[in-house]
Unconditional design. Sequence first.
Length: 401
Amino acid sequence: MKNLLIIGAGGVSRVATVKCAMNSDTFSKITLASRTKSKCDEIAAFIKERLGVQIETAQIDADDSDAVIELIKKTGAQILLNVALPYQDLSLMDACIKARIHYIDTANYEHPDLAKFEYKEQWARNEKFKEAEILGLLGSGFDPGVTNVFCAYAQQNLFDEIHYIDILDCNAGDHGYAFATNFNPEINLREVSAKGRYWENGKWIETEPMEIKMEWDYPEIGVKDSYLLYHEELESLVKNIKGLKRIRFFMTFGQSYLTHMKCLENVGMLGIKPVMHQGREIIPIEFLKTLLPDPASLGPRTKGYTNIGCVIRGIKDGKDKQIYIYNVCNHEECYKETGAQAVSYTTGVPAMIGTKLIAKGIWQGKGVFNMEEFDAKPFMDELNSQGLPWKIIEMTPNLGE
Ligand code: NDP
């Protein structure tokens, strides 16, 4: 049994906290802390009513490492789950190093003033994590997260060599708004409006935003336009999947979403640099976030399914082989169970599973790790029992042709 501190109280946190409370044989005590304590209290009340489990709540500024260390001491936490924003990753990792407790997150570090994400600064803390004899698990969401585990499972159990991977992320949910983002709008729009990038034959190849499009037939959903994006799991998978020739990431977008985004971009609303407005500085994308629906409010309105998975081609026993491994999730079912829609659900459940495997000592190590560096099997088993069952389809090999 481990004492857990969860930081952040948005949609992902809500699901992760509910799921941790549902696994209270693993977590002896749960404290939920965020910038706005009332959001923690609302989640705690939901959990108390639904599950009869009492969790503690606290106010915290996660950018302030010293305050986080104080909170860790006060709560006696042994593990910290970071489901705040990517901007807080480094200050929270540093707090964990000083307090010598395990660290888990779901998204890699981004500097607030640079629309760019990479693992460099988090990987650079590897030695400090080793010295403190603690484990840092990076990217325990769905993508990154489950997609890394799918690839690791394929490498460890289904293939002798893996040559091609396409990660395919489809959200076919309908929330009824003309334009809204399914998770933090600032993080989401920064990701989607950036240049695309994929890796082939040892080199990164850059594309214009949304330059490469394909149609893909998603099981249980149907054919959707899917656009090549750069996504953070590509950086670690290129390092950890041996023999790889190409890896790409695709996400579905409807035409209305793209038209809105292009328009907002053209008028400067996606800008991350301050502009003067009536004598005071504002950051356009932050102002836009204020105008857009709170992703947490989409829960009760969203209908339909998500499908996220990996198409993997390689060699097994001397033969060419291709599989499609994926999960399908229903927005309304997720809302019924946790009060949040499927994008939060598909992230929050794996955040809990990564935390659980560390709490139980099933995933062990000293240093900073990506998901694919561990035995995938226990994680895959937990996905099936915690609400994200997966399927594998054998396909006629054609990826890379
Ligand atoms: P939200 O914006 O809904 O929630 C973020 C929460 O973090 C809010 O409660 C917010 O505070 C809190 N927070 C922000 N800054 C601070 C701070 N300085 N100190 C304390 N708390 C702070 O985001 P989501 O729940 O949608 O996303 C959470 C994380 O999950 C993000 O890092 C996102 O990138 C990641 N993600 C990962 C995915 C994956 O598949 N790997 C997919 C989707 C999201 P406040 O309480 O004031 O609102």
